[in-house]
Ligand binder design. Structure first.
Ligand SMILES: CCCCCCCCCCCCCC(=O)SCCNC(=O)CCNC(=O)[C@H](O)C(C)(C)COP(=O)(O)OP(=O)(O)OC[C@H]1O[C@@H](n2cnc3c(N)ncnc32)[C@H](O)[C@@H]1OP(=O)(O)O
Length: 445
């Protein structure tokens, strides 16, 4: 029987927020997913027998033109993030109520520039930025977003026009009132109206049914600060000095020809990425405009500001042979007298033509490239560099001293069945499977 004491429930909630796996007793069963069991997703224990859409019977004409009803105190409000005042409202909602770590010590610190980059890629639609306000005061209390993305399943070659769902957030005072299913159904309606029937999303918690599970790993760049704020701990038999020495990095990069990506590199970067992404089972297909947006930073870069995405290419004699990118998303440090922010970089897309060579050459090159990514990140005040066990990250995680974190990330596809994908960890022990490719070639913010 499940342990329902307040202590056990509190522990369970903490683990869910942190995306930690639950034991069998704690796992919800399919019947307990009152909302998700009504949605076109595979059952929790379903053995996938064929790939493809779950429900392909509808057309946009079958979809209601009007939003889902809300209880009378609330109203729908499409958020216009091109208006600074509305962008600020979204920022405030997420700043105060978005994802926290399990001890509520850190909180994601999204910036206005981050939203402009993340929510306005080519093909973005205002109507896909759905908010809920309190009618009486106009206060924004909930949000969900979709952005367009084309997915490709490499084994079958199938292209899936989709959206990525992100930034689902409900004010803390309105939690556990079944508002999340209403937001999800409303964004589904708005997306379906545009004749799109599939979505990709990642959630820490287990829902029916992950297509893959990856683990977070962290590479300290500024160990002392991480220790001060309680992000890193001093392992037994180590001293602070030995930990600082363990994570010290060179001041200069190793790769000849490494430089920041420029507009004129887009074609070559895209070609390199398209070729390299064939290694993975599920990938994002970029148009040239999308690649320019995601790798150069869109609006903020165009306005001469420093973008949240940093992309470096390796150019040798006019030819781009490798690239890597990472985005900056700091944490607010809550309740610390000495530090109020932790600089965090997240590995984004990368590619190298060395994968065509022997595996040992490829592994070495990848380690050098991502090693250089760590070195470059120091100039952006990054204290810790994070990556998942997706892509070919298990080829460098151990050698570059990334440590396994407590958090896991589950990947989901809405209204589409795929064969389960390898998430770069052993399915039983959940440990990183070093030097093995994962099936996950998509990176979500
Ligand atoms: C074709 C187009 C399709 C588009 C749609 C595709 C699907 C997109 C799916 C969304 C992808 C989002 C990607 C991201 O942004 S993941 C980031 C999620 N945000 C946060 O963690 C921020 C902090 N937390 C909150 O704001 C709230 O706790 C949220 C909003 C998460 C839940 O609010 P609340 O805690 O007040 O709960 P409720 O009483 O209203 O509702 C309870 C029901 O909701 C199910 N639930 C809870 N959390 C999530 C979750 N993160 N994804 C999917 N479902 C979730 C839950 O299992 C239960 O259903 P069931 O167990 O009874 O069945």
């Amino acid at each position: 029987m499940a342990d329902n004491t307040p202590k056990a429930i509190e522990e369970l909630l903490k683990r869910l927020t942190a995306g930690e796996p639950l034991d069998e007793q704690q796992q919800k069963q399919m019947k307990d997913y009152k909302f998700w069991k009504t949605q076109p997703v595979p059952l929790l224990d379903e053995k996938i027998e064929s790939e493809g859409p779950i429900d392909s019977s509808k057309t946009p004409d079958d979809i209601p033109d009007t939003p889902l009803p809300l209880i009378s105190e609330f109203e729908w409000s499409t958020i216009d993030i091109t208006a600074n005042s509305e962008l600020e409202e979204l920022y405030q909602l997420l700043y105060e109520h978005y994802v926290e770590d399990k001890d509520s010590t850190f909180r994601f610190k999204y910036s206005h520039d981050f939203f402009k980059w993340a929510l306005k890629p080519p093909g973005w639609k205002k109507v896909w930025h759905a908010g809920v306000r309190v009618k009486a005061t106009g206060k924004l209390v909930a949000f969900i977003s979709a952005v367009p993305v084309t997915l490709k399943l490499n084994k079958s070659g199938k292209l899936i026009p989709s959206v990525e769902i992100n930034f689902l957030c409900i004010h803390k005072k309105l939690r556990a009132k079944r508002l999340a299913p209403v937001l999800i159904k409303e964004i589904t309606r708005r997306v379906n109206k545009d004749d799109i029937w599939q979505a990709l999303y990642t959630v820490g918690a287990v829902l029916p049914l992950p297509i893959a599970t990856c683990r977070y790993t962290h590479r300290p760049l500024n160990w002392s600060k991480l220790y001060d704020v309680g992000f890193s701990h001093l392992p037994p038999k180590q001293t602070k000095a030995s930990m600082v020495a363990r994570y010290s990095l060179a001041n200069v990069t190793k790769t000849e020809g490494l430089r920041l990506m420029r507009e004129e590199d887009v074609d070559q970067v895209l070609e390199l990425l398209n070729e390299y992404q064939k290694r993975f089972d599920i990938v994002q297909v970029f148009t040239k405009e999308e690649a320019a947006h995601w790798f150069l930073g869109g609006e903020s870069a165009a306005n001469g500001q420093s973008p949240v995405i940093k992309t470096y290419v390796v150019e040798q004699g006019g030819k781009i042979t490798d690239f890597f990118s990472y985005y900056l998303l700091p944490f607010t440090v809550l309740n610390d007298v000495n530090h109020d922010e932790l600089g965090i970089a997240y590995l984004y897309y990368y590619a190298t033509d060395s994968y065509k060579k022997e595996e040992s050459v490829y592994k070495k090159r990848l380690q050098q490239l991502i090693g250089d990514a760590l070195v470059t990140a120091k100039q952006f005040n990054v204290d810790v560099f994070n990556c998942l066990t997706s892509q070919d990250n298990p080829y460098f995680i151990k050698d570059l001293k990334f440590g396994s974190g407590d958090g896991y990330l589950n990947y989901y596809l809405f209204n589409y069945k795929v064969w389960p994908l390898h998430g770069g960890i052993d399915p039983t022990t959940k440990e990183v499977e070093d030097y093995k490719t994962s099936g996950v070639g998509v990176v979500l913010l």
